[in-house]
Design a protein around this ligand. Structure first.
Ligand code: ADP
Ligand code: ZN
Length: 594
């Protein structure tokens, strides 16, 4: 969770107030102190005083205990004077000698100090220390150690987010309903003897809505939501992480029923080590978290939700019963979920009536909720820049591209040779795919560089699939190698531009053999290596066979891609030529070549 701006302002005000208070105290002290010293304007020098005592010119001396400033009244002078003496003890002894032994008639009074002045004096001398301590407190407060209420990004308010704000994720929401019921009416569950999980781990990549669903639970149940990110526990002061965990739970217990949300729990919850320094600090924080999870009383209705993208990294102790013993995977949305998410985020935007959210959902397979929200926001920005009165389809298409691979880089200067190579490469992918029945239809071919790629061929997406057939995978290999094959057959040269295609193709071929058991020669055996140099349980021979099979698959695909292109050389040249002219061709234009 990011820190709320409101909270930041509060901290700044607090800091200013503390400094102002300090300044006031300082000036009062300085004033009192100076008042004390300069009440009498005239000063009588110490050696002069000693001379006048001897000459019996002094009528009265008043000495405040502990002070080196004397009040002196001379016999023939109306007004009192002050004298600073170097040493009080010595002066008292001197006066006793003078009065008792020498019979001096002066009046010598020792008075108790004015308590207020005395305090002011002491405070004044302590001023530097006080200021340093105060400053330290202010700094700690800003760090969030001080007052418990200021520790957290969220101030423990109920969110006004409900399940209606969370699109898709129907199964996850269903699972969470019992948690909501429990938070609303814990007694009912406790009376029945039902145990509700204390800790729930939400697993999924960033932006899939883990924070959102945690907030929605709090919103639905009408309970406070307090949150903290795992990385925030890692602090520059040793031991602070553990103390933060303690304070977080302390606060939660105080305001229970409530929800604690710990984002990026892997930052503190990764496996404990026997290391030192930062690692020990991390271990302390984790141990504290374990202690807190175990320390809940039955009457404390606190549910701890934690989010991570790497559940396998977590210390096993965290996952034991009574701790985070329930895991819910929050996956990227499917096509229907994407449409639902788009609907939610389109609500507050001016979108042209002819824009179909369904078709945007079709084009955005693999996008997370956060990325979809980002697409619509980018589209609104692009529409504004393009001076459209509403967000149009073209704005959204542009936004999708922008979110996918970064802005189109029209400005980058590309040599004609590079352009030609890219044109043939992309035309190759597109043409080869066209002749493969399992491959998706081409949506757009472009030689405008995006991100790291010099060009791209975009395919229309179809429904989300759970299974992929062997034929489909084989044809995928052919389509991937279509780029390299086009360079070869048309230009009789090959380039580094195909490196990513080759990487992906090799991985697919390897998976076909070792994971999916699709090689006839090897059969359905899993040969996946966990570690690259793990000894092979099946022996070298089988391993060699895997290499041969992968090589053969790739070679077959490469040959097939070249065959398709050689049979369509006229189209390859024509499409590449058109790409060089226009840089982008749509699916309709592409189809017109056939
Ligand atoms: P995570 O915690 O998984 O990293 P967030 O919950 O912070 O992701 O999601 C970021 C933003 O993305 C949310 O605030 C919301 O705007 C949007 N979002 C993500 N998933 C969804 C969803 N299922 N429905 C609606 N909006 C979503
Ligand atoms: Zn390619």
């Amino acid at each position: 969770m990011k820190e709320q701006p409101k909270n930041k302002i509060l901290k700044i005000i607090l800091g200013i107030a503390a400094i102002a208070l300090l300044a006031t105290i300082c000036s009062i002290l300085i004033f009192m102190n100076s008042n004390n010293k300069n009440r009498d304007e005239k000063e009588l020098a110490y050696d002069e005083l000693l001379v006048q005592i001897k000459e019996n010119k002094i009528e009265k001396i008043e000495m405040t205990v502990g002070s080196t400033t004397l009040k002196v009244k001379q016999r023939d002078v109306e007004e009192e004077k002050t004298t600073i003496i170097p040493n009080t003890q010595a002066f008292v002894e001197y006066m006793q000698e003078e009065i008792i032994n020498n019979g001096n008639e002066l009046e010598f009074n020792q008075v108790q100090p004015n308590i207020l002045l005395k305090i002011a004096d002491v405070l004044f001398s302590l001023l530097p220390t006080i200021m340093i301590v105060a400053l330290f407190i202010v700094i700690l407060k800003m760090q969030g150690l001080g007052d418990k209420g200021k520790v957290y990004g969220d101030e423990g308010n109920t969110t006004n987010i409900t399940f209606n704000d969370v699109a898709g994720l129907e199964e996850e929401k269903t699972e969470m309903i019992e948690i909501v019921e429990f938070l609303k009416n814990p007694k009912k569950f406790n009376d029945m003897g039902a145990k509700i999980p204390r800790g729930i781990l939400l697993c999924g990549k960033p932006g899939t809505g883990k924070t959102l669903i945690a907030k929605a639970i709090a919103g639905e149940a009408g309970v406070p939501f307090i949150s903290m990110s795992g990385s925030e526990f890692i602090e520059m002061f040793a031991g602070l992480g553990a103390s933060r965990v303690r304070k977080l739970f302390e606060k939660a217990k105080k305001i229970s029923p409530c929800i604690i949300f710990i984002d990026e729990i892997d930052a503190i919850g990764s496996r404990r080590t026997s290391g030192n320094g930062a690692e020990t600090e991390n271990n302390q924080t984790l141990n504290q978290l374990l202690v807190e999870m175990d320390g809940f009383e039955t009457n404390e209705t606190v549910i701890v939700l934690a989010a991570t993208n790497r559940p396998e990294m977590l210390d096993k102790a965290l996952l034991r019963p009574g701790r985070f013993d329930r895991q819910i995977t929050v996956a990227a949305p499917d096509v229907r979920g994407r449409e639902e998410i788009l609907k939610i985020h389109a609500k507050d935007k001016k979108i042209a009536p002819d824009v179909s959210l369904k078709s945007i959902a079709d084009d955005t397979a693999g996008f997370t909720g956060a990325e979809l929200a980002n697409v619509l926001n980018e589209a609104a920005i692009i529409a504004t820049i393009n001076k459209h009165s509403e967000i149009e389809k073209s704005d959204i298409d542009e936004a999708v591209k922008k979110v996918t691979v970064g802005l189109e880089k029209h400005s980058r200067v590309i040599s004609d040779k590079d352009k030609k190579l890219t044109a043939y490469h992309e035309a190759g992918h597109a043409i080869v795919s066209k002749f493969l029945s399992t491959q998706l239809d081409v949506k757009e071919v472009s030689i405008i560089p995006r991100g790291l790629a010099g060009g791209y061929t975009m395919y229309k997406t179809d429904e989300d699939k759970y299974y992929i057939s062997k034929t489909e995978m084989e044809e995928k290999l052919i389509a991937l190698l279509g780029g390299r094959a086009a360079e070869k057959v048309a230009l009789n040269d090959i380039s580094t531009g195909a490196s990513n295609d080759i990487e992906v193709a090799t991985q697919i071929a390897k998976d076909m053999v070792t994971v999916y058991g699709m090689s006839d020669k090897i059969g359905p055996i899993s040969l996946k290596h966990e570690e690259p140099y793990e000894p092979q349980p099946f022996g070298e021979e089988l391993e060699d066979q895997v290499g041969k099979e992968v090589k053969e698959m790739i070679e077959t695909a490469y040959v097939k891609a070249q065959q398709i292109l050689l049979a369509n050389m006229d189209k390859l040249h024509a499409i590449a030529q058109r790409l060089l002219e226009k840089e982008i061709i749509s699916s309709e234009e592409f189809e017109n070549f056939f």
